[in-house]
Design a protein around this ligand. Structure first.
Ligand code: NAD
Ligand code: WQD
Length: 339
């Protein structure tokens, strides 16, 4: 299939590119490189047949996007481009709505102009908010509790209405839980700017000696060891989910949400333990008060994706940690260094 990939140079986009090309699909990347490096695409080329083009453009630039789409004539779009930091979304509220919602409007206009009616959207488990029951299934009510989550819920609404407006349109709303880990080669991984907000990249930098100690945000949650529980999903499994999802378009009409996780909950202390095993020593940590807005436990019911996308996660916690550590140790400054 010919697939236009927005945000293809980013963390999840680059891993998905390798899987897409590996399965014989054609791809065109559109990325502004606002949160990624063109070097990530060099690594994609190195790990694949290398047969793809990239256009440097902002998704809000409808004219450039339309020109690219009319030239490439995609049969489907995978839409990763967006702003993703919960903390930053409170400070840059208008930018978050502009890129995540208005950017999606712009993309739909370009798709309409080029006759493409199929989109896979990067949504997030954040759209659920505080759990009314666990594990979350796709019918759990939506109640995002931060600006970032609101923008994702709004984009889901937009895509649902767009897909319903005309026959033959389909939108797959993939609600990722916590994507982590890196490519098995150690050549691609997450490359956050500044101090990482998320657990795994922060832990990796503690292990690499770039940060003094992990700060555990709360050990007084109602969980077995008191620390927060999440459903971490290996980025390669997540990438494979997108490729598997393309086949769903054959029968899809309208929009469908899918949880993408493993269904397994892992606590912060369990993850720290796995990291200690991977690096062969005990990493320093401090217990701090809870981080505002954090939820005690999040876990996905992924049976709908298992059934309807014919996909399931294959990698476990140790694979996540080992691949991340291989990437971090071989590329201590991410894509910022030669090589
Ligand atoms: P990322 O920041 O690594 O990748 C996003 C890519 O989009 C980057 O290459 C960036 O340069 C590009 N981009 C940003 N704004 C753009 C714009 N206006 N025009 C064109 N390109 C633009 O993030 P990621 O972790 O790979 O996440 C990909 C998608 O998945 C995002 O939409 C994110 O919200 C969503 N998501 C991520 C997570 C996670 O924890 N990583 C969880 C759930 C959902
Ligand atoms: C995981 C656990 C923290 C950092 C966020 C977004 C979500 C999605 C994924 C995009 C929690 C604890 C963390 C640290 C810690 N992104 N922690 N010390 O908050 O589940 O999800 O990223 O869509 O939308 O909200 O992920 O990795 O920040 O936290 O103790 O330095 O680790 O309290 O229990 P989170 P996270």
């Amino acid at each position: 299939m010919r697939v236009l990939v927005t945000g293809g140079a980013g963390y999840i986009g680059s891993h998905t590119m390798v899987e897409l090309l590996g399965q014989g699909h054609e791809a065109l990347v559109v990325d502004s490189f606002s949160n990624s490096s063109p070097k990530a695409l060099d690594r994609v080329r190195e790990l694949s047949n290398g047969y793809f083009e990239a256009v440097e453009a902002d998704i809000r630039d409808t004219a450039r996007l339309t020109e690219a789409a009319e030239r490439f004539r995609p049969e489907a779009v995978i839409h990763f481009a967006g702003l993703k930091s919960v903390g930053e979304s409170v400070r840059r509220t208008v930018d978050y709505y502009d890129v995540n919602v208005a950017g999606t409007v712009s993309l739909l206009r370009a798709m309409d102009a080029s006759g493409c009616g199929r989109i896979i959207f990067s949504s997030s488990a954040t759209v659920y908010g505080e759990p009314q029951y666990l594990p979350f299934d796709e019918s759990h009510p939506l109640g995002p509790i931060n600006v970032y989550g609101q923008t994702k819920a709004m984009a889901e609404r937009l895509l649902t209405d767009w897909a319903a407006a005309e026959k033959g349109r389909g939108a797959l709303l993939l609600r990722y839980f916590n994507p982590v880990g890196a490519h098995a080669s150690g050549r691609m991984g997450e490359d956050p700017l500044g101090v990482p907000e998320n657990l795994m990249p922060f832990l990796a930098q503690v292990a690499a000696g770039r940060r003094d100690a992990l700060r555990i945000w709360g050990d007084d949650y109602p969980t077995p060891d008191g620390t927060g529980i999440r459903d971490y999903i290996h980025v390669t499994d997540l990438a494979r989910a997108h490729v598997a999802a393309l086949a769903r378009f054959e029968t899809l009409e309208g929009a469908e949400p899918y949880n993408i996780g493993t269904g397994q909950g892992i606590s912060v202390k369990e993850m720290l333990g796995a990291f200690n095993r991977a690096v062969g020593r005990d990493l320093p940590f401090e217990i701090h008060p809870r981080r505002p807005g954090d939820i005690a436990e999040m876990r996905a019911d992924c049976s709908k994706a298992n059934r309807e996308l014919n996909w399931q996660a294959e990698h476990d916690m140790d694979d996540m940690v080992q691949s991340l550590w291989a990437w971090q140790s071989a590329n201590p400054h991410g894509y910022g260094e030669p090589g």
